[in-house]
Design a protein around this ligand. Sequence first.
Ligand code: DP6
Length: 362
Amino acid sequence: MSEFHNPGLVIEPGRVRSGKIIWRSPSNIALIKYWGKYGTQMPANPSVSFTLDAAHTETTLEYGPKMTEKKGVSVDFLFQGLTNKVFSDRIEKFLLQLLPVFPFLSQIELTIFSSNSFPHSAGIASSASAMSALALCLCSMEDELFGTLQDDEAFDRKASYVARLGSGSACRSIYPEVALWGEITESSKSSNLYAIPWGNHLHTEFKNMHDDILIVDKAEKSISSSVGHQLMDSNPYSETRYMTVQLRMKRMLMALKTGDMELFGELTEQEAMTLHGLMMLSEPSYMLLRPGTLAIIEEVRRFRQETKLPLYFTLDAGPNVHLLYPHKYNSKIGEFVRSNLLKHCYENSFIPDQMGSGPQQL
Ligand code: DP6
């Protein structure tokens, strides 16, 4: 039984209260990527990410006494104000899986309203912000009903654990600035079960890093991340990946600590290319990069060579490009983005974002 399973969290019959909780939680961008998993959402390797700011989900959770005889969980889920069957089914399944963690979920009725700050169809991974916002709401509800999560560290850890069960990368969205998920020898606090805050290990060079998200293609991904993770099980290069990523992680943590921008950039770009390389080397092979993605990567490399400015790219499991750079180069790089890169984007669209201070209860 996990340390987060708590059969004692049951409300006395007739004492079910009503309440409303709202959390806003950001997306995050991995520098060292989580790619491949085993068991129940356990990562095949450790990952580290920047927490974002503008790209976020706002989730309202209303709860009250259960009026129906329905067994299990009773939930209505609305996304951007509308009922969404696909999302509702996923949320219901997620909540059922959480019954050992929050047994009281079978005693109440829930209505969940969720909306994103960015268009769902923009091709931006929304599961990290959505699942972290929901996990935070559930932990707040536990605390309101039982007073069991008064300690901030315990609250965050449980929220991260719950978010991970919804979507692996979501567990990193709980913390400001930088989060680390997965066991590493450098920290006895690190865990595969939840992420831990890593902002205290961040050199000032990396404070307020920008992340401009260039929307190359907003179509739904042809292969979901879940399937991508699965394909790692049969990927002939996965063992090499899991071995080499350990050293890359160590070097990345060193770069973040010492303020070594160049090493940070080199490793970040290697990771992005490795992720997409692994997709192309999967059996069956697939590719999420688009011509616009490659054009942007080439332009970024050329710009860096010519100007010596620290502008680096990374990629999610999709064609969109994340541009990372320190705040002090904002105006020069902004100009370059507008003049050279937006033409490769879908309807010139991009989301200017930056490192953020983590989720907020509203
Ligand atoms: C490439 O967290 O979306 O963005 O656990 O199946 O929901 P599930 O996968 P997900 O995978 C994210 C993969 C990634 C890298 C990362 O964020 O670390």
